[in-house]
Design a binder for this molecule. Structure first.
Ligand code: SF4
Length: 700
C-alpha cells in the first residue's frame, strides 16, 4: 500500500486539498482530498499534475554556487561558504551604505513560516523594510481597498457563500481558467439553482462567460464608470438598503452625488457596453437577496486599481449585502499564500498580524516581541521600486527568492538592465531555468512543494498545513532553513528554531489580540482539523474559525462604519495614439502557472496551449492584413513581442491579449509579454498597470 500524505496545492489561491500517494519505489501520484472542505476531491489540470513537477528533477538546482566577480563563472561551494559570503557582503554594504542598500524580493508562493522569517530578519534585524514580494503585482490593490472601506485587509466571505447566494458579479476575472475548482462550485450552484444570476464584466468573452446571464464587455480602464452606472440605477430605483447605509456606513452622500453626475447612457458610451446590458446587471442585483462580488487582476492590476476595487465593494455596501450568508466582496487571491504572507507582514509597508508600520506603538510592540533592533517607520521599496533603485544605485544588493521577476515585472527589459547593475545578487530558487540566474553572484538551491513543511492561507482565510513528502534533490534546503542559517551568520539572535512548528507558534503568539488572532492554532490542531479559517483565538468556540466577518455590522474602521468612497472614475493609463492605437491586456491561460518554472515541465499541460500567442479581433486583424496563425509584432513605447496571431471575436475590437507566462527561450525574449508593458503603478497600492498598454500590431 502506498503511504498517503495530506497537503495543499501550491498553485492558485483556491487552496485545494491534495493527497499525495507515495509508493515503495518512491513514485508519486496525487488525488484531490475528498474530505477537504474547499475542493471535496476535485483538482484542476494543474493540481492533477503536481507530482510530475516533483518527480522531474532534471532542471533542479542541487548545490550552492558562487562567483567572486561577474567575469568569473560560478562554482559549486558548500552551504557554509555560500552563506558566509552572503553575510560578509550584506554586512559590508549595510555598514557602508546603510540598511536601505539591501533588499529581499520574495513570492506569494512562499510558505507562511518562510515569509515570517524573512520579514523578521529584514524589518527587525537588518533594520530596513525593503522586503516586498510578487504579491505586489497581484493583490495589493485589493489589500488597500479592504483597508480603506472595511478598516482592515479582511476578506469577509467564505466559499460556502457560493452555494448560498443568488447573484454573483465577476469583475475583471476569468475564474473558469484561473480559479477552476472554485468555478466548478459556481457552475454546480448555477445548475442546482437556475435562479442564480451571474454577471461578468471583461473585455474578453472568456470561459467564465459561458454561464453568464449577462456579459458586460467593457472597454479596458472603464470599470469604475460601469460600477457607478450600476450603483446609479440601484439608487434611482430605490434598490439600496437605506437602513444599512444610515446605520453602518459613511460617505454615501458624496458617493451618490458622484454617481449621479454621469447618466447611464453616457456611462454606456464610455464603457462601450449596451445600456440595456448595464440595466440588466443592475436588475439582477436588485432582484436578488444576496450579492457576491468576485474579482482579480482585471481590477487589481491597474493604475487606478484601488479605486476600481472600492467602486465594486461599494455595490455590496449600498445594498447592505455584506456579513450575511451569500453576500460580500470576495477578492480571489491569485497566488496560493498571498494572504498568509500578509498575515506576517509580507509587504514593504506592513508589520506582522496586520499591525501598522506607521504606528509607533505597533513598531515598539513587534520590536519587543522579536527582541530586535528598532523597526524603521518608512515603507521599504515595493517590487517595481526595488528595480528602479537598482538602476540608479540606491539599492546595491538584492536577494530574490521563489520569484521570477525577469518574466513577471512590467517593462521587463528595463528591470533586466537594472538587475545587471546590482553589486550583489542572490537567487534562492528551485529551478535552473529562471533568467535571474544569469545575474546571480550566489545561487542557493531551495526545496520545492512536497519537499518541506509549512502552512498557507487561501482566498477565504483558510489555513492549511503542508507536510513534507520527499527529500529535496542534492543539497537543496527549505527556504526557511536557508534564511535562518543566513541570519545566524549575520550574528542575529532568535533564528535557532528547532522546527517549523516553532516558527508557526511564534507567528501565532504575535497575532494574539489582533483581528487576525490565531493564538489558538498550532500544527497539531491544523493537522487534526485539516483546514481552519482565521480568526482562531485561544478561546475559539468548538470547531473554531469564523466563516464570515462583519456579521454584527461592526467594521474595523475608526468609526466602526464601512466607508463608501466616492472615487474619480477617470483612468490614468498611458494614452493610445495613432502610433499605438490598440489596448493590450495580459493574463493567464488555463494550464500554465505564472512563469512556468513548474507547469512548464509537464508535457500534458502543454497540450492545451503550447506557445505564446496574440488574441486579436477579426476587424483589427483584417485592417492589418493579418490571418490566423501569422506571426505578428506587437510593439509598445518600450519594446516588442513576436508571436502567432489567434483571431477571435471573443476579444473586444480595439483590444488585444497576450499571455504573461513565457520568458526568454534560448536567449530570445520575443515571447515575453512584459517587454511591452509600462511601469505606471497605482499611487496607493503601487500595483502595476498590466491591463492597459498602448500597442501597435503589424504583420511581421
Ligand atoms: Fe490547485 Fe487552484 Fe487548481 Fe485547486 S484550483 S487544484 S488550488 S491550481
Amino acid at each position: 500500500m502506498p503511504e498517503v500524505f495530506k497537503t495543499t496545492c501550491c498553485y492558485c489561491g483556491v487552496g485545494c486539498g491534495v493527497e499525495v500517494h507515495k509508493s515503495r519505489d518512491g513514485s508519486l501520484r496525487v488525488e484531490g482530498d475528498k474530505q477537504h472542505p474547499v475542493n471535496r476531491g476535485m483538482l484542476c489540470s494543474k493540481g492533477m499534475n503536481l507530482h510530475y513537477t516533483v518527480m522531474d528533477t532534471a532542471d533542479r538546482l542541487r548545490y550552492p554556487e558562487m562567483r567572486h566577480n561577474r567575469y568569473l563563472p560560478r562554482e559549486r561551494v558548500t552551504w557554509d561558504t555560500a552563506l558566509n559570503r552572503a553575510a560578509a557582503v550584506f554586512k559590508a554594504l549595510i555598514e557602508r551604505h546603510g540598511p536601505e542598500s539591501v533588499a529581499f524580493y520574495a513570492s506569494g508562493q512562499c510558505l507562511t513560516e518562510e515569509y515570517y522569517i524573512v520579514n523578521k530578519l529584514m524589518k527587525g534585524f537588518i533594520g530596513s523594510n525593503n522586503i516586498d514580494t510578487n504579491s505586489r503585482l497581484c493583490m495589493s490593490s485589493a489589500v488597500a481597498a479592504y483597508k480603506m472601506s472595511l478598516g482592515e485587509d479582511s476578506v469577509p466571505i467564505c466559499y460556502d457563500d457560493i452555494e448560498r447566494t443568488d447573484c454573483i458579479f465577476v469583475a475583471g476575472a476569468n475564474p473558469a481558467w484561473c480559479h477552476p475548482i472554485l468555478w466548478r462550485r459556481v457552475e454546480a450552484a448555477k445548475a442546482a439553482n437556475p435562479k442564480l444570476k451571474i454577471i461578468v464584466s471583461d473585455p474578453r468573452r472568456t470561459q467564465t462567460c459561458a454561464i453568464a446571464d449577462v456579459h458586460l464587455q467593457v472597454r479596458p480602464g472603464t470599470d469604475i464608470t460601469l460600477h457607478h452606472a450600476i450603483a446609479r440605477i440601484l439608487i434611482e430605483n430605490g434598490d439600496i438598503d437605506a437602513d444599512f447605509i444610515h446605520r453602518h456606513t459613511e460617505g454615501f452622500a458624496s458617493f451618490s452625488a458622484q454617481v449621479m453626475a454621469r447618466s447611464v447612457a453616457e456611462a454606456a458610451t464610455v464603457c462601450d457596453v449596451p445600456e440595456a446590458h448595464i440595466r440588466a446587471a443592475a436588475s439582477f442585483i436588485a432582484h436578488a437577496e444576496g450579492l457576491v462580488t468576485m474579482w482579480t487582476m482585471g481590477l487589481n492590476q491597474s493604475v487606478v486599481g484601488v479605486n476600481k476595487n472600492l467602486s465594486l465593494i461599494n455595490l455590496n455596501l449600498i445594498t447592505g449585502r455584506i456579513g450575511k450568508p451569500g453576500s460580500g466582496p470576495f477578492s480571489l487571491t491569485g497566488q496560493p499564500n498571498a494572504m498568509g504572507g500578509r498575515e506576517v507582514g509580507g509587504l514593504a509597508n506592513l508589520l506582522p498580524a496586520h499591525r501598522s508600520l506607521a504606528s509607533e506603538e505597533d513598531r515598539r510592540f513587534v520590536r519587543r516581541f522579536w527582541n530586535s533592533g528598532p523597526i524603521s517607520p518608512d515603507a521599504g521599496y515595493t517590487a517595481t521600486e526595488m528595480f528602479e533603485a537598482l538602476a540608479d544605485g540606491r539599492l546595491k544588493a538584492i536577494w530574490i527568492m521563489g520569484s521570477n521577476p525577469l518574466v513577471s515585472l512590467p517593462d521587463v527589459r528595463k528591470a533586466e538592465a537594472a538587475l545587471s547593475k546590482a553589486r550583489f545578487v542572490v537567487v534562492q530558487e528551485i529551478s535552473s531555468k529562471p533568467e535571474t540566474l544569469r545575474y546571480a553572484d550566489l545561487v542557493l538551491p531551495a526545496a520545492a512543494w512536497a519537499e518541506k513543511e509549512g502552512t498557507m492561507t487561501n482566498a477565504e482565510r483558510r489555513i492549511t498545513h503542508l507536510g513534507k513528502v520527499v527529500n529535496p534533490p542534492g543539497e537543496a534546503l527549505p527556504d526557511a532553513e536557508i534564511l535562518c542559517r543566513f541570519a545566524q551568520k549575520m550574528g542575529f539572535p532568535g533564528f535557532d528554531y528547532a522546527s517549523m512548528a516553532e516558527v508557526y507558534a511564534e507567528h501565532c503568539r504575535l497575532t494574539e489580540g489582533t483581528r487576525i488572532d490565531i493564538s489558538g492554532l498550532d500544527y497539531t490542531t491544523l493537522q487534526e482539523k485539516r483546514a481552519v479559517q482565521w480568526p482562531y483565538p485561544r478561546q475559539a468556540p468548538a470547531g473554531g474559525g469564523q466563516q464570515r466577518l462583519f456579521t454584527d455590522n461592526k467594521f474595523y474602521t475608526p468609526s466602526g462604519r464601512a466607508v463608501i468612497h466616492a472615487c474619480d472614475d477617470a483612468n490614468h493609463s498611458e494614452h493610445i495614439s495613432p502610433d499605438f492605437p490598440l489596448v493590450l491586456t495580459t493574463g493567464r491561460i488555463r494550464d500554465q502557472w505564472h512563469t512556468m518554472s513548474k507547469t512548464g515541465k509537464v508535457n500534458k499541460l502543454k497540450q492545451h496551449i503550447a506557445q505564446a500567442f496574440l488574441e486579436i479581433h477579426p476587424h483589427d486583424a483584417v485592417a492589418r492584413n493579418i490571418k490566423d496563425g501569422d506571426i505578428v509584432e506587437v510593439g509598445s513605447r518600450r519594446g516588442e513581442v513576436r508571436v502567432k496571431a489567434t483571431i477571435s471575436d471573443d476579444i473586444k475590437q480595439g483590444v488585444v491579449f497576450l499571455p504573461m507566462h513565457w520568458g526568454k527561450i534560448l536567449g530570445n525574449d520575443l515571447n515575453r509579454a512584459n517587454n511591452t508593458t509600462n511601469n505606471l503603478v497605482d499611487p496607493i497600492s503601487k500595483e502595476p498597470d498590466f491591463k492597459f498598454t498602448a500597442v501597435a500590431v503589424q504583420l511581421y
